[in-house]
Design a protein around this ligand. Structure first.
Ligand code: FMN
Length: 395
């Protein structure tokens, strides 16, 4: 028999992981896969926010409340999604936000994030609470753009030792996070009895049965630990309260600015007044952010703050924005209303939990495709053509 015609229609064979990831069309799809594959305490640590989780829910809703206003009859055969951010190009108008304890979500952790960012031509930010060292991240993303996120600890010498290592490893920007004077109340972590490092209890063992891949990775790769801290055992909240310094103020920031030779970014800005003050200080960028809803609940929504902040400081400092970004349309909306750049936290972590490095690649690809398509449908061929008139938002 001649099977030729049948074979011609045979689909290329994909590995189960590739098939799973290819079937995800949205970040929400990646989230659903992530939830199935990750033990509950680790998934909830990532997916959850503080208190009643209103800051996060409202930030996501704000993006969904957007109406776009397209222009017609424009040549959109080619679209340019690149942006100059902190003086250098990024292939897409977003970078990877700093996230702590990333290897707990999936053991490739920061290595997957940094190498995927490098391959996509976008910046990667490593957290002070990261689970890969500054030097290892550099090795994972040797030719790409790495930023280091700093928490000022009570022990200043220790903080500044990290800053020096970041400078020595060629990290180009220091992202100082200022919205954690104390830890937010992450109730899911408390209810799950989340500890660092995760401990094996009868409950965790039971939870492992349907998630063998996570556990095999966890038990067969390098032990999970904070790369920039000595060994720690205790709850997340205890750790944060021991380390973070509630006295940090504008003078400390001015001091850091003097010490750091590269670009300085301040993350966690939540008012027009602070945005203006930081612009006057001469910081290179501010990040409008409520920390993905993980700190103050009922916080201002960065996307709602954006138009007024843009009116006040656009051009004197770069405006970056995060919290709640789940699609390329969210990013396009933020750029239209005056953001120079955006950061994604959970969107990449859902990809990581869904499938390691290829999962992060898929998350970036989904967002990139959505950005391109939204731009075309809006009638713009470059990000610079986006303007406030393209977007109206309900408040
Ligand atoms: N921000 C920091 O500045 N330092 C951190 O160590 C840090 N850890 C985080 C850990 C997790 C699991 C998540 C989800 C966020 C973390 N963030 C941290 C906040 C992110 O940098 C970013 O502001 C936030 O995730 C943006 O919201 P999104 O997740 O909705 O994109």
């Amino acid at each position: 028999r001649d099977f030729g015609p049948l074979l011609k229609f045979k689909k290329p064979v994909l590995s189960p992981r590739k098939r799973r990831l290819a079937a995800a069309l949205t970040i929400e799809d990646l989230r659903a896969i992530a939830k199935r594959r990750t033990p509950k305490p680790a998934f909830d640590y990532t997916d959850g926010a503080a208190e009643e989780e209103l800051s996060l829910a409202r930030a996501r809703q704000a993006f969904q409340d957007v109406t776009f206003h397209p222009r017609i009859l424009r040549d959109v055969s080619k679209v340019d999604t690149s942006r100059v951010v902190l003086g250098a190009p990024s292939a897409l108008p977003f970078g990877i936000a700093p996230t702590g304890f990333t290897r707990m979500m999936q053991t490739e952790g920061e290595y997957a994030g940094a190498s995927a960012a490098g391959a996509a031509g976008i910046p990667f930010a490593l957290s002070t609470m990261g689970t890969a060292s500054i030097e290892d991240v550099r090795a994972a993303n040797p030719a790409g753009r790495n930023w280091f996120q700093l928490y000022m600890w009570k022990d200043r010498d220790r903080s500044m030792a990290l800053v020096e290592r970041a400078a020595a490893a060629g990290f180009e920007a220091l992202v100082v996070t200022v919205d954690v004077p104390v830890a937010g109340a992450r109730l899911r972590d408390a209810r799950n009895g989340m500890t660092i490092p995760p401990t094996l209890t009868p409950r965790t063992v039971l939870n492992a049965i349907p998630r063998p891949a996570w556990w095999i990775n966890f038990l067969t790769t390098e032990p999970l630990a904070f790369a920039s801290l000595d060994r720690w055992s205790g709850t997340v909240a205890e750790l944060l309260d021991t380390m973070f310094d509630p006295t940090v103020d504008y003078e400390d920031l001015a001091w850091i600015k003097e010490q750091w030779p590269g670009k300085l970014v301040v993350k966690g800005v939540q008012s027009v007044e602070d945005a203006s003050r930081l612009a006057e200080m001469g910081v290179d960028a501010i990040v409008l952010s409520n920390h993905g809803g993980r700190q103050l609940d009922r916080a201002p929504i960065p996307f709602h703050l954006l138009p007024e902040v843009a009116r006040e400081v656009k051009g004197s400092t770069e405006i970056h924005l995060d919290t709640g970004i789940m699609s390329g349309a969210d990013i396009v909306s933020a750029i239209a209303l005056g953001a120079d750049f955006t950061l994604i936290g959970r969107a990449y972590l859902y990809g990581l939990m869904a499938g390691g490095r290829p999962g992060v690649d898929r998350a970036i690809e989904i967002l990139s495709t959505q950005i391109e398509r939204t731009m075309r449908l809006l009638g713009v061929s470059s990000l610079d053509q986006l303007e406030p008139g393209h977007v109206t938002q309900l408040q």
